[in-house]
Design a protein around this ligand. Sequence first.
Ligand SMILES: NC(=O)NCCC(=O)O
Length: 383
Amino acid sequence: MAGSLKSLESCLEQHIPPEDLPEVKRILYGGEARKLNLPAAALSAAQERDFELQGYGFEAAPEQLRRPRIVRVGLVQNKIPLPTDAAVALQVAALHRRIEDIVEVAAMCGVNIVCFQEAWTMPFAFCTREKLPWTEFAESAEDGPTTKFCQELAKKYNMVVVSPILERDEIHGGTLWNAAVVISNSGAVLGKSRKNHIPRIGDFNESTYYMEGNTGHPVFQTQFGTIAVNICYGRHHPLNWLMFSMNGAEIIFNPSATIGTLSESLWPIEARNAAIANHCFTCPINRVGTEYYKNAFTSGDGGKAHHDLGHFYGSSYVAAPDGSRTPGLSRTQDGLLVVEMDLNLCRQVSDKWNFKMTGRYEMYADKLTEAVQPYFVPNIIKE
Ligand SMILES: NC(=O)NCCC(=O)O
């Protein structure tokens, strides 16, 4: 069964000889991440509320002129608590309750910035290509009920909240977007970042619902650091990560909804590579579970009609600019990953590896401008 393996890390812990494990972890993960000492009350609340709680820390070297810039981020992955044919309002309310329970524990763990999974207020129903009831989950990014709910959480816990939703933009003809709303710890809506790349693969039929985002690559200056949101499929586009980094992002969240058969072998690579290439922290988050739909749908490949998109494999993790990473959360269980990071590490790694300095961006900018022209002639040298 797709979801039967709890996590890659638990499998390694179980089967790699103990004397080899540290070296295996060094090669695979860039070393053993420091475990955070999380409060006992938080650990027992997580257990009672049936979600995994893990905490890790990344260090930076002490500097003479800058104080450490320590921030704690919280990544939340979860199943949908109600079946997909429950009333829309009940599904949203149940998700709000679930997230409220998890965010309370994040607050106990001192989290400064929390991010939820892609389209967190709904099942990932775009596979069905049906409009109702799924479009009813869409809300205003600026003052919809979910944004108001997140504003309350932000103020209550002095926490920046990144809330990826299905957005309805009433000002522009009621159009739908896949967007992440960023709410300051003051409770103010800082802004939104729309998904730039919309998948056209397998049952990810999102293009039936919304277009490629038009907000570019905004970064949000928060009290705790400069953050950006690269939504799901944007993970496969190195230039998308690059542009958030160009605008100064120190932490790039990647709220996602993706399934094992399609992307699980890419998952540990892409966001981690982006952290390395852009001297920043990246935080990929994936939902968990299998979501069933009453009406069967086909994949347009001659195969049988089916009732689910596949197994969402969780495995949320954080990668650091030096290429090290935390273990992933479970592939099957709801979870909160708390990660402490010193943002000074971004510049320290940049000074060491110099990817920004050696990037030759002007060369690529010129050549890309040429390459996107309709009558571009590729530079192929022939005998
Ligand atoms: N939500 C989404 O864009 N999924 C597409 C599949 C993937 O990017 O792994």
